[in-house]
Design a protein around this ligand. Structure first.
Ligand code: HEM
Ligand SMILES: *[C@@H]1O[C@H](CO)[C@@H](O)[C@H](O)[C@H]1NC(C)=O
Ligand SMILES: *[C@@H]1O[C@H](CO)[C@@H](O)[C@H](O)[C@H]1NC(C)=O
Length: 191
């Protein structure tokens, strides 16, 4: 911008001509809009932030420790009245309701909701999910390594619920007292 170097111009004039220049040049107008968008993006709480820390609804009570078959897991796809979402990763069930932005209906990874996400994570294709039980025996060791990394990430971020049962495998009996009542109290204290 070639602004007035003449000292004769009053501050007011400089200001008006600056405004005039900004609002009459399409390029400047465009840059102004870009700046406004960037500033908005910086100061707006991010999606990840609100998904992690600022849910509008109160958090659901912690799930009882339990093992689930694929058919049982399928009910936790985020569409029932509680909106609970669980996924299986490498034989472990996690309650990912906190990440509903990702896994809930309409989320980027909603294909994984209520499903065994292991293959999708291994192949890095969000909808590589089988309808029946998937024994994963064809995954390479490199793919299994990346699954282990994902598993660590889920373990850190989400609650572990129990084992993901193979067809015919029997669920472990967990004691209710230890795993639901006590955990519920703990959740309340923590949050
Ligand atoms: C163009 C492709 C992709 C982009 C740009 C992308 C981007 C992202 C970003 C930015 C996050 C972090 C979100 C956050 O924590 O705020 C994320 C998380 C994640 N992505 Fe992707 N992603 C892509 C493809 C995939 C694919 C193919 C998969 C396959 C399964 C995948 C699975 C995941 C999972 C499971 C998470 C973790 C969500 C959580 O914290 O629970 N992504 N992705
Ligand atoms: C979620 O599960 C219910 C039944 O458990 C089913 O009717 C519904 O179609 C599923 N929704 C999606 C998006 O998979
Ligand atoms: C919370 O813990 C107390 C004992 O510390 C127990 O009597 C009570 O039943 C628990 N309540 C819930 C809702 O978990």
């Amino acid at each position: 911008m070639a602004e007035s170097s003449q000292s004769s111009q009053s501050t007011e004039d400089v200001f008006t001509s600056l405004l005039y220049e900004i609002f009459t040049s399409p390029l400047n107008l465009f840059l102004l809009v870009v700046c406004a968008v960037l500033v908005y993006k910086i100061f707006r709480p991010s999606d990840a932030y609100s998904a992690d820390f600022g849910p509008v609804e109160p958090p659901l009570p912690k799930m009882k420790r339990q093992d689930l078959t694929l058919d049982q897991l399928k009910q936790y796809n985020g569409t029932d009245e509680h909106g609970r979402v669980c996924v299986a990763v490498n034989g472990k069930i996690f309650d990912v309701t906190r990440g509903k932005k990702f896994y809930g209906p309409g989320g980027r990874y909603s294909a994984l909701a209520g499903r065994d996400a292991t293959r999708a994570l291994a192949t890095f294709s969000a909808d590589d999910v089988k309808d029946c039980y998937d024994d994963l025996s064809d995954l390479s060791s490199m793919q299994m390594d990346s699954v282990l990394e994902w598993e660590m990430q889920f373990t850190e971020k989400y609650d572990y619920i129990g084992k993901f049962l193979k067809p015919g495998e029997q669920p472990t009996e967990y004691s209710d007292e230890e795993d639901s009542t006590k955990d519920n109290n703990k959740t309340k204290k923590d949050e």
